[in-house]
Ligand binder design. Structure first.
Ligand code: CS2
Length: 467
């Protein structure tokens, strides 16, 4: 039997379950991008607000393309279990905030109507880096236009993707589409809608069969949408909300509402996500399947420690970076999280631009070393071969997969030309870094080492070089 609303009351007593009525109220939040992250992070924050008696935080969850997850969740009345596990302990939660579900690709009008619904107050987004397209802007715009025509209040529209200045990017995208179509709507948007920037953090791997099995054991019921995450979570949002009273409410649930999100965003993108991408690419090439298996190797651990301390931290506004670094290294080692390196390596072409070049440029400006990032860039090129050091093939899951593989194909025979082609790509490195000679020289060096001696030997060399 599946987990669903009817058997919620019969779950074991140590599982945290929703104590509020999930049927009486309409959702107040439309969330676009119903992946694992949202369900184990923001949906649990909204679950807390609902538990505190505020009925406006139910979620209308929107899967952008794939219907399978939405179908599984519908069969379970939007319920799923989350295992929260780390060195501090293990607990199981069934958040109850997900009230309705649709798929944007096949049920677009339902999504537009959800955005336009009188009860809706927020739209939150985790649509991934590559999701910021004119089609996304049009989806929002079609809902917002109906609100304006009906005389309804504006919305807080919060991008929660791993992009620097995510709120500004989303606002610019939506405004560009509006400007081209409807000057009246543009005025309404400016006057009534808010696009705060926000930084969200919690490591939530895509569910594995192990997690589904552990869930059915803990629940005594089958759960096809179960997830596993860590205890840590952080949500920092810019104090720019359509309803200013929401700031205190969010704060009561542990969210930080502040005028300055920038320093949190940059620290997270470059420290956590930057290390993640470096480890994921190394793991993919060496055949280490999970982040925990990578950070468990002392040379990888030293590399990540030094990448953060020496090349990232000097350019951060956040002054508590040493504590942040140590906490990150502990989080990466969480044995409960089977965080696949190939999952993180997915869409690397969209992720690297936020994660690595700002630190490299910072080091260049100070005349400081960028060897760790240069090795990471070399490993990225090696990764485009699509086969690991044991000869095991893997797929590149990336909107740029074809161009990356075509570019990297000749790296055994013409390595220098391949490095040049990689570093010439402004979409990856930006225009300031793409033509930089010293950067190119060091990436070329590390690429040579990786091709001749492998990733681990190159790591050893780097650790000795800058001991
Ligand atoms: C990861 C992130 O997949 C990735 O690219 O770096 O999903 C990371 O786990 C989250 O940003 C953590 O908050």
């Amino acid at each position: 039997m599946h987990l669903c609303a009817l058997n919620l009351a019969s779950l074991p007593a140590d599982i945290h379950t929703p104590i509020y009525d999930r049927r009486r109220h309409a959702p107040g939040v439309v969330h676009l991008g119903l992946g694992a992250f949202h369900r184990a992070h923001q949906a649990m924050v909204f679950d807390q607000l609902l538990s505190a008696g505020d009925t406006r935080w139910g979620i209308h969850g929107v899967g952008m393309t794939r219907p399978d997850l939405v179908n599984a969740l519908r069969a379970q009345d939007g319920l799923y279990a989350v295992r929260v596990a780390d060195g501090q302990g293990v607990s199981w939660h069934v958040p109850g905030a997900l009230w309705r579900m649709h798929v944007a690709a096949t049920e677009r009008n339902d999504v537009v109507q959800a955005i336009a619904a009188a009860s809706t107050r927020w739209v939150t987004l985790t649509v991934t880096e590559k999701g910021y397209t004119p089609a996304l802007a049009q989806l929002l715009l079609d809902g917002l236009r109906l609100r304006q025509q009906a005389g309804l209040p504006g919305l807080t529209i919060a991008s929660c993707d791993n992009l620097q200045g995510n709120g500004h990017k989303l606002q610019a995208l939506v405004k560009a589409a509006t400007r081209a179509q409807d000057a009246e709507l543009l005025r309404w948007l400016d006057a009534h809608c808010a696009f705060p920037c926000s930084m969200v953090d919690r490591i939530v791997p895509a569910a594995t069969t192990d997690v589904l099995a552990a869930a059915s054991q803990a629940l005594g019921l089958r759960d096809d949408a179960a997830l596993s995450t860590e205890g840590f979570w952080e949500w920092v949002i810019e104090d720019r909300l359509a309803d200013p009273a929401d700031a205190a409410l969010l704060q009561s649930a542990g969210v930080r509402v502040t005028p300055d999100v920038h320093s949190y965003e940059e620290a997270k993108l470059r420290m956590l996500n930057g290390s993640h991408s470096a480890m994921a690419l190394m793991g993919a090439v060496t055949g280490r399947p999970f982040i925990a298996s990578c950070i468990g190797e002392p040379p990888v651990r030293s590399f990540v420690h030094r990448l953060m301390s020496r090349e990232v931290a000097p350019h951060l506004a956040r002054s508590d970076w040493a504590d942040y670094r140590d906490a990150l290294i502990a989080r990466f080692g969480n044995p409960y999280l089977k965080h696949s390196v190939h999952q993180i390596a997915t869409d690397s072409s969209q992720k690297i631009p936020q994660r690595w070049p700002p630190s490299v440029l910072g080091q260049i400006a100070q005349g400081a070393s960028f060897e760790h990032h240069a090795l990471a860039a070399a490993v990225f090129l090696r990764y485009t071969l699509g086969v690991d050091e044991q000869g095991q093939a893997y797929a590149l899951n990336d909107p740029q997969a074809d161009s990356l593989m075509a570019m990297g194909a000749a790296q055994r025979t013409e390595p220098e030309a391949c490095v040049r082609a990689l570093l010439a790509r402004e979409d990856l490195w930006g225009n300031a870094l793409s033509g930089h000679a010293a950067w190119a020289a060091r990436v070329t060096h590390w690429h040579q080492q990786v091709m001749q001696h492998g990733v681990d030997a190159s790591l050893q060399q780097l650790l000795q070089l800058e001991a």
